[in-house]
Design a protein around this ligand. Structure first.
Ligand SMILES: Nc1ncnc2c1ncn2[C@@H]1O[C@H](COP(=O)(O)O)[C@@H](OP(=O)(O)O)[C@H]1O
Ligand SMILES: [Mg+2]
Length: 244
């Protein structure tokens, strides 16, 4: 992991999060559009200034095919959990900043959860080793949970908890507030790159739901499913998904 890149990711995620909090406080009916657009503009300007030679893939910017030949690509989601951001009182939304490097994968990452005043970065994660609870907690999308979620929870004797934002869910697992986050049915590289970067840095398991590796910076950046969980739980969770 590159410390300078991880520090930059952490600063940008925090500052974009502060900007999003201010926009939210100012009110108005176009919060979600403004949040997406202004956070994106901030991140693109900072990356252009601080890493002018790197490519960028952002949810909110036109895809520049130059990234396909680049050796370093920042994969950013300026506002993950836009739907929840637009709902008063919700804290399950996040800012994602990740650096992908050719031949190496996600090498630096940060996820800010501004509503909780938290920034998790790949260079300062705390490894948790609390024993697993008797009833594991599995986080799923609030709006689009996997079709197999109930069957998997049943198999594992787990409880399902809906939550918005991939970054919010992944970092809740990082903090030991849940044992797993599972998603299927649709997602994009920017939804998972930074959450996966911080999860892997913390020693968690991160893969596709069939156990195969997550591959980034592909021509079509669709990456529809994801499992992030305690490393010791991964074999059982993957087996439960396979059995559905
Ligand atoms: N079936 C699907 N197809 C495409 N994107 C999806 C999806 N389900 C979830 N996502 C995206 O994944 C992110 C986390 O979703 P969720 O909150 O449901 O877990 C959201 O990103 P954005 O808020 O950045 O659009 C959401 O749009
Ligand atoms: Mg997103």
């Amino acid at each position: 992991m590159s410390d300078a890149d991880a520090r930059l990711a952490a600063r940008l995620a925090r500052e974009a999060g502060d900007l999003l909090l201010k926009i939210r406080e100012s009110g108005g009916d176009d919060l979600m559009r403004r949040g997406d657009a202004e956070s994106n503009a901030f991140l693109l300007a900072e990356l252009a200034a601080c890493r002018p030679d790197d490519a960028v893939l952002s949810e909110e910017a036109a895809d520049d095919p130059a990234r396909l030949g680049a050796s370093r690509v920042w994969i950013v989601d300026p506002l993950d959990g836009t739907r929840e951001y637009g709902r008063p009182g919700r804290v399950d939304w996040a800012v994602h900043v990740a650096l992908w490097q050719r031949g190496r994968g996600i090498m630096a990452a940060a996820v800010a959860v501004p509503g909780l005043n938290l920034v998790h970065a790949s260079d300062d994660v705390v490894r948790k080793s609390a024993p697993a609870p008797a009833v594991p907690r599995i986080l799923v999308s609030d709006s689009r949970p996997p079709s197999f979620a109930a069957a998997v929870a049943d198999d594992l004797g787990a409880v399902l908890t809906p939550m918005g934002s991939a970054g919010a869910k992944a970092t809740a697992v990082l903090r030991g507030e849940a044992e797993a986050f599972v998603h299927a049915g649709g997602q994009w590289e920017w939804d998972s790159a930074a959450p996966v970067g911080v999860a892997l840095a913390a020693g968690l398991h991160a893969s596709r739901v069939d156990g195969s590796p997550l591959v980034y910076n592909r021509p079509h950046p669709y990456l529809p499913d994801l499992l992030i969980c305690r490393a010791d739980a991964a074999p059982r969770v993957l087996a439960a998904i396979r059995a559905t």
